[in-house]
Design a protein around this ligand. Structure first.
Ligand code: KMH
Ligand code: ZN
Length: 280
């Protein structure tokens, strides 16, 4: 990897998580469901400065699904209207089987999430046992997809390092600290700072914080060399009591925070180099 491929300190990658698995139209009317709605939202986020779209999809009833045909339709619609790195979820929704979750990979995305541990997830349990994690890592890497390492607890980093030792994933790692899920690591500044201090050298990191912590943690990330994920999957409010009219207004806020911190959101093309998508 040449120096030009490593990210420069002023660069920042903004990811938009525009659908999620748990969100419903009852909670917000701005949730995109059809491929056309998802693509339109992806384009709005792209125009606002997002380089990566973290993607879940829905069936005709609006239920979360990992079926390949729904991912393919959404990915095709997104690719037809804007240049973004599509990062599919292999987390899916709580309770889905491993095979079901892996359905997302058939859409040939550039990136996919690799969840590195089990957590309480509100009243549910989001299960990622070691054999599942290894199996997902093997599949993602074998298909030439770049994994984004999802970490909800500090111990999940140990798991990621174990995968690295076992040769199942390779550096440079890209980590997403997911903070504030009820039952997992809270979204607190001192926790994020400590978590980041544990990361290996050849690693980029981002933060996705839930609910009202989304923007404060995004600001902290922007000020400390991290990347940012925002979007309806994590938070549906632009301000207290005011629903965001989709994920794009949240991306706009994140971009403002980034620029104030002296960081410049990169294009999808540049994000591909930073994440090494172009050479896998
Ligand atoms: N819906 C959560 C249970 C991911 O996208 O990889 C899991 C999730 C993580 O959203
Ligand atoms: Zn997700």
């Amino acid at each position: 990897m040449s120096e030009a491929d490593l990210f420069q300190p002023e660069e920042i990658v903004v990811t938009a998580a525009i659908v999620g698995a748990e969100l419903t139209r009852e909670k917000t009317p701005h949730l995109p469901i059809t491929p056309e709605e998802i693509a339109a939202e992806a384009k709005r986020c792209h125009d606002a400065g997002a380089a990566v779209i973290h993607l879940h999809v829905r069936d005709e009833q609006g239920q979360s699904t990992q079926q390949a045909k729904y991912f393919q339709a959404a990915v095709d619609a997104i690719r037809a209207c804007c240049d973004v790195v599509v990062q599919v979820s292999t987390g899916g929704a709580v309770g889905m089987s491993d095979d079901e979750r892996l359905g997302a990979l058939a859409s040939k995305p550039e990136m996919a999430t690799l969840n590195c541990g089990t957590i309480n997830f509100g009243e549910d349990v989001f299960v990622n046992a070691m054999p599942t994690i290894r199996h997902f890592a093997k599949r993602i890497v074998a298909e030439g997809i770049v994994p984004e390492i999802e970490l909800y607890e500090l111990g999940h980093l140990e798991t990621a390092m174990r995968l690295l030792d076992e040769g199942l994933i390779a550096e440079p790692l890209h980590v997403q600290w997911v903070l504030g899920i009820p039952g997992a690591m809270p979204a607190r500044a001192e926790i994020l700072r400590f978590a980041v201090s544990l990361l290996p050298k050849r690693c980029t990191w981002s933060v996705a914080a839930v609910g009202r912590f989304e923007m404060p943690m995004a600001k902290l990330a922007a000020e400390n060399g991290g990347f940012i994920r925002v979007g309806l999957e994590d938070n549906i409010y632009l301000r207290k009591g005011e629903l965001a009219q989709g994920s794009a207004p949240l991306v706009e806020e994140a971009v403002k925070l980034a620029l104030s911190a002296g960081r410049k959101p990169v294009s999808a093309g540049r994000a591909r180099h930073i994440f090494d998508c172009v050479r896998r």
